[in-house]
Ligand binder design. Structure first.
Ligand code: ADP
Ligand code: MG
Ligand code: MG
Length: 911
């Protein structure tokens, strides 16, 4: 028996059987659009009859190099016959002809990425028949010319402009502004003109046989799967290339048969804010494409309530039903034909981060979904978005006062962005990628070919289009700030400039757009990163906390960072880098003095001068983290980092010597000589400290062993601060961490030093401090000998940046600027290992370390500090390894909380 390639919309049960009874299977098989059209048919929602040719057929066609699989076309014709019986019309008939659309639809929605042909089945004879039936010649020839136009551009790859030109001429000739004013005669002439252009471009007559039209359109949809824009889109949205697209053939319904007809698109809730209110656009007397293309100015759906109250009611009911059925916000397309409502599509709607959170929470509170589902509905990237730049109120007020507010449009994708104006996608991409410019892409409206430019741009601005326009959908999906439908923008593509009121903005000029408010400003406005005060987000994160097992800590060097981390929900400080404290202006001289001297008494003196500063820093941190653990890492970087740079020193010395040669005054000569002397001493020291591979040199624990006073001073500062705040009533839990350990003996030595000093301080202060002593694991040898190390450490913290460098044997700073990029482009490495932990290498070492360490100390605290701690994929790995916590920058804490919950909720589920 041959395979079933074609399913009518009422055969979803059969498709389900074939797909193993799983809805996901059906979606993969019939594509999202086809599966949902069939599902709507099953639950009794009015859908024009039709059928779906499967994605399998598409893949078979493409694999065979462009031939239909056996029996597919026959099955397509059989299905068409069923539709004929259902509608009482006949394809190609000269009395009551059936017209159909041919629509693509892959498993994952790719708005506008592939092609659709409407009004298939029209030719001179059927057109006459419909004209007679409807008595509306104008409508028929408008539909006919659309078929020729779409067929030409979609099936035959003709450039769209050639058709546009004819339309412009027709309007001029008739002396009208818009297409709606053109009459039957005009459309007839346009249709003929289109057909002759078709012949000129393709060397073939426009096919008059409806079956020929259908066959060619089916093929065109199959082929569009491998079109450039579809491939670009899949790359950007990380959709697999081997899924294929289904083809949906559906009875045409007409929104352009008069004023009791309409067509529109809507979201069942607000896609920007998440408010539980339908939003959408529609047009009276128009065909589907007109709304999304932004050619005509659309109406707000709320107006439909007045214009067609009963249709609106029915639409509202269907929206609610669809939401209940799919348990998510829906993006729907509909058409009203002579007072009858038809649903043409439904799918889960794209939404902003803010909207995703609100919808998830409200649906969970209404009992439509569970809390687990609500948490899963929001992605870590969306949480991250809440922390993205916005314009400061003061800045925008000032810009308004100075007349720099140009215009206001629709706020379709939130966030602030500034950049130089680029009027086309290629230029936007070139400027952003090749010249590193920040770009705002400005277009009258966007099309699927523009996506590469939109992705490269900081933000998107259009003069036309509504909330559901292409620009809005794409911007929301990729989290780009966007303002659309700014009708005051007068874009002159010829001169590469735009005018708003009297202001002229040229290509390359700076503008700023606010996707949250819809405002457009001239110039470059400052942005600020907001606090995550959104109560709904906070609620969602609290729900996430209920599910996660992984702790979320933060890296913070200063009390203010620690406070922010705590506000964002951090449960401890996983890394405080002490060296940052050494770099501050008032302290650096002491640090340098300590490094410069060979006398240990001078060294001690310098360190003693530093001690009060460090003590104060630690005390501040402990106060902010009252009751929570704070891991303080002893000094890590090589000492030369605290001294001036070699090249600078040489240049300064040369300058001083030159000045000396030209100097006449005695006291100045003395001064210069003394400066030269100092610089020469520093230079000497810099040279003696210089190493071939500083990353592998005298740093980390090696420094503490080389200069024991350094460890002593830091330990004393930590314990004095602990005692100080403990006396104030702070519940303090310091954890002292040794960096770059390779051998257990290093720890033995340092622990001895630490314990002696700690004891001294605590005895003197008369207080016992609850502290821990532990180490970073950032050298493969430490991971491999973790059992030995665990004897002397009560916690491990993976420094995955150094561990990645030492495992791969590559230096990050050099590699990321050169061959690593090439490695990723060539697919040699799947991800940048410095952004996402390399599971098989670095991850394996971590696994060994955790296992060996916990074999000695079952309750060994194991965490990770460093950038990987805020990366969702790496967090998943940390969860699997059973780490105690991840520690990341304060700004990533909310993201990590959600990602850690996702890790739990995903357990046992394969994706
Ligand atoms: P896309 O995937 O780009 O959204 P669609 O297949 O949804 O493409 O088609 C685009 C538009 O064409 C739809 O929004 C709808 O308005 C119109 N359309 C498609 N099929 C029909 C039909 N059978 N009757 C009326 N309009 C249709
Ligand atoms: Mg659609
Ligand atoms: Mg390190």
């Amino acid at each position: 028996m041959t395979k079933k390639w074609v399913y009518t919309f009422s055969e979803v049960d059969k498709a389900e059987e074939y797909g193993g009874g799983e809805w996901e299977g059906v979606r993969g098989f019939l594509g999202g659009k086809g599966a949902n059209l069939a599902e709507m048919t099953r639950i009794g929602i009015p859908v024009p009859p039709g059928f779906t040719v499967t994605t399998e057929a598409c893949n078979a066609y493409l694999e065979a190099g462009g031939t239909f699989p056996e029996e597919m076309w026959e099955q397509e014709k059989d299905a068409l016959e069923k539709v004929e019986r259902e509608t009482g019309k006949k394809f190609g008939d000269t009395k009551n002809p059936l017209l159909v659309s041919c629509r693509s639809g892959a498993k994952f929605s790719m708005p506008g990425m592939m092609d659709t042909v409407l009004n298939i089945g029209l030719n001179d004879k059927t057109a006459k028949a419909i004209a007679k039936l409807t008595g509306d010649e104008r409508f028929v020839y408008d539909a006919y010319r659309r078929l020729v136009q779409m067929f030409g551009s979609v099936v035959m790859d003709m450039p769209g402009e050639v058709f546009e030109e004819v339309l412009t001429k027709a309007r001029d000739k008739a002396g009208v502004e818009t297409d709606t004013e053109l009459k039957a005669e005009d459309w007839k002439a346009v249709t003929d003109e289109f057909k002759s252009i078709f012949k000129r471009y393709t060397n073939k007559d426009f096919p008059t046989d409806p079956y020929e039209q259908l066959k060619m359109a089916t093929e065109a949809v199959f082929k569009s799967w491998n079109g450039k824009r579809a491939i670009d889109y899949r790359n950007a949205a990380k959709i697999s290339h081997n899924l294929g697209t289904a083809v949906n053939i559906q009875t045409m319904v007409f929104g352009n048969m008069g004023d009791d007809c309409a067509t529109g698109v809507a979201l069942t809730r607000n896609g920007t804010t998440g408010e539980n209110q339908i939003e959408g656009d529609y047009l009276i007397n128009a065909q589907g494409e007109d709304v999304v293309a932004g050619i005509r100015l659309t109406e707000d759906l709320r107006k439909l309530k007045e214009e067609m109250p009963s249709i609106y009611d029915e639409f509202e009911q269907i929206s609610h039903r669809l939401e209940k059925h799919y348990r998510d916000m829906q993006d729907v397309e509909f058409t009203v034909e002579k007072g009858k409502l038809w649903m043409l599509q439904t799918r889960d709607g794209k939404r902003t981060a803010q909207s995703a959170v609100r919808i998830a929470i409200e649906m969970a509170e209404d009992g439509l979904i569970t809390r687990e589902e609500a948490v899963m509905r929001v992605t870590p990237e969306q949480v991250d978005f809440f922390l993205h730049p916005q314009f400061d109120r003061k800045t925008t007020e000032a810009a308004k006062d100075t007349g720099n507010l140009l215009a206001t449009g629709l706020n379709v994708s939130p966030g602030a962005a500034f950049g130089v104006v680029a009027f086309d996608a290629d230029l936007a991409e070139a400027w952003a990628k090749k010249e590193g410019k920040q770009v705002i892409m400005v277009r009258p409206e966007t099309k699927p070919d523009d996506v590469h430019g939109m992705l490269a741009a900081q933000g998107i601005l259009t003069s036309r289009g509504g909330r559901t326009s292409h620009a809005a959908l794409v911007a929301r999906q990729f989290g780009k700030p966007a303002v659309v439908g700014v009708s005051e923008l007068d874009i002159d593509m010829g001169r590469r400039q735009m005018k708003v009121k009297d202001v002229v903005i040229k290509e390359g000029d700076w503008i700023s757009i606010d996707g949250t408010s819809g405002e457009v400003y001239a110039g470059k406005l400052e942005t600020v990163v907001p606090d995550i005060k959104d109560p709904l987000l906070l609620k969602l994160l609290t729900w996430a906390d209920e599910f996660r097992r992984l702790g979320v800590w933060a890296n913070a060097d200063y009390p203010s960072d620690a406070q922010r981390a705590r506000d964002y929900g951090a449960e401890g400080i996983g890394l405080c880098r002490t060296e940052h404290m050494f770099f501050e202006a008032e302290r650096l001289p002491f640090v340098q003095k300590m490094i410069m001297t060979d006398s240990s008494s001078e060294q001690r003196e310098a360190l003693n001068a530093l001690l009060p500063f460090q003590r104060e820093d630690f005390a501040g941190l402990f106060r902010a983290m009252d009751g929570l653990p704070v891991i303080i890492r002893l000094i890590d970087p090589p000492l030369h980092e605290f001294l001036p740079n070699h090249v600078d020193l040489i240049r300064e010395l040369a300058d001083l010597k030159l000045r000396l040669q030209h100097c006449g005054k005695l006291e100045e000569i003395d001064e210069l000589l003394s400066q030269i002397n100092t610089k020469e001493r520093i230079l000497k020291r810099v040279e003696s400290l210089s190493e071939q591979n500083p990353m592998l040199g005298l740093r980390g624990v090696r420094l503490g062993i080389h200069i024991p006073e350094l460890t002593i001073m830091q330990v004393r500062a930590i314990f004095e601060a602990s005692c100080l705040v403990a006396k104030e009533g702070v519940d303090v839990h310091p954890e002292i961490m040794i960096p770059l350990t390779c051998h257990v003996n290093e720890l033995k030595v340092q622990r001895e030093v630490l314990e002696t000093e700690a004891k001294k301080v605590m005895e003197k202060q008369g207080i016992e401090i609850d502290y821990k002593f532990g180490t970073m694991i950032e050298i493969p040898r430490a991971a491999l000998t973790a059992d030995e190390i665990a004897e002397y450490a009560s916690f491990f913290s993976f420094g995955t940046n150094d561990l990645t460098q030492t495992t791969f044997g590559i230096s990050r700073d050099d590699a990321e600027a050169s061959f690593l990029v090439e490695y990723m482009e060539k697919g040699i490495l799947p991800d940048n290992p410095f952004a996402t932990i390399d599971r098989n290498g670095v991850g394996e070492l971590m696994k060994i370390a955790v296992k060996k360490g916990r074999a000695i100390k079952p309750d060994l605290e194991c965490g990770i500090c460093g950038e990987h701690g805020g990366d969702p994929q790496s967090i998943l790995l940390c969860h699997e390894l059973g780490l105690t916590y991840v520690s990341c920058s304060p700004f990533r804490v909310p993201v990590a909380r959600l990602a850690a919950a996702h890790a739990v909720l995903r357990e046992g589920k394969t994706e």
